[in-house]
Design a protein around this ligand. Structure first.
Ligand code: GRF
Length: 218
């Protein structure tokens, strides 16, 4: 089976993008990262992608003003030029419209730094600490028009330690992100993830419990 052609969309440092690039260096990995697109010209991840020999594109949303449709048209053209099969959002800080997402239905995935449906939106680590949860983590999910709400592909949990700072917790979660994102993309690229009644089945089975993907079972 030929490898799926993947674009990674970023806005910042690109550590998840780097984890996907690293995983895809293995010739047996079912996807290749052929393109990295940033909506910000200064995104640090662009340098990492460039150093890895991956084509980079900047689609700067500020040049389109309030014209979201024009921004998305430019994004779509960029993806089509490279015959992209799957899109991975990795710290991409723009909301996409329902029309754009419909074009990519079940072919666009995102990573969110929380155990969804808890802590949708921003500042997830701060909110997790404030709420006193014992478990926090990350989720890879299919993108749907409603933010941070699509069918869950994989989750990875970490414990929240007493006295944790936001930075310490974020670093622990990030390690998990870097494991579950490449694994999720592999499963999707292999066609092993199906959405049935709004939920993902992997090889016909429910998504594994997040605890089984814990990075620090202490
Ligand atoms: C990650 O925590 C990701 O879950 C969230 O934004 C952050 C991006 O980090 N969506 P990086 O750019 O991948 O390092």
């Amino acid at each position: 089976m030929s490898r799926k052609r993947v674009a990674v969309l970023i806005s910042g440092r690109g550590s998840n993008m780097a984890a996907l690039i690293e995983a895809a260096k293995d010739k047996n990995y079912p996807a290749e990262i052929v393109q990295v697109v940033s909506n910000r010209p200064d995104a640090g991840g662009l340098l990492i992608a460039h150093a890895s020999g991956i084509a980079t594109e900047i689609v700067d949303h500020t040049t389109f003003g309030k014209d979201r449709a024009a921004f998305e048209r430019a994004l779509q053209e960029t993806l089509e030029k490279q015959h992209i099969d799957l899109v991975c959002l990795a710290g991409f800080m723009r909301l996409l419209t329902a029309a754009f997402i419909k074009n990519w239905q079940w072919r666009i995935i995102n990573i969110h730094p929380a155990l969804l449906p808890a802590f949708k939106g921003l500042d997830t680590h701060k909110r997790a600490l404030e709420s006193g949860v014992e478990r926090h983590g990350a989720t890879v999910h299919f993108v749907v028009p409603e933010m941070d709400s699509g069918p869950i592909i994989l989750q990875g949990a970490v414990s929240v330690h007493p006295g944790d700072s936001e930075e310490a917790l974020a670093a622990r979660v990030l390690k998990t992100e870097h494991r579950i994102y490449p694994l999720s993309l592999k499963l999707v690229a292999e066609g092993r993830v199906k959405v049935v009644d709004g939920r993902c089945l992997i090889d016909g089975l429910p998504v594994p419990d997040s605890e089984s993907l814990m990075s620090d079972p202490t």
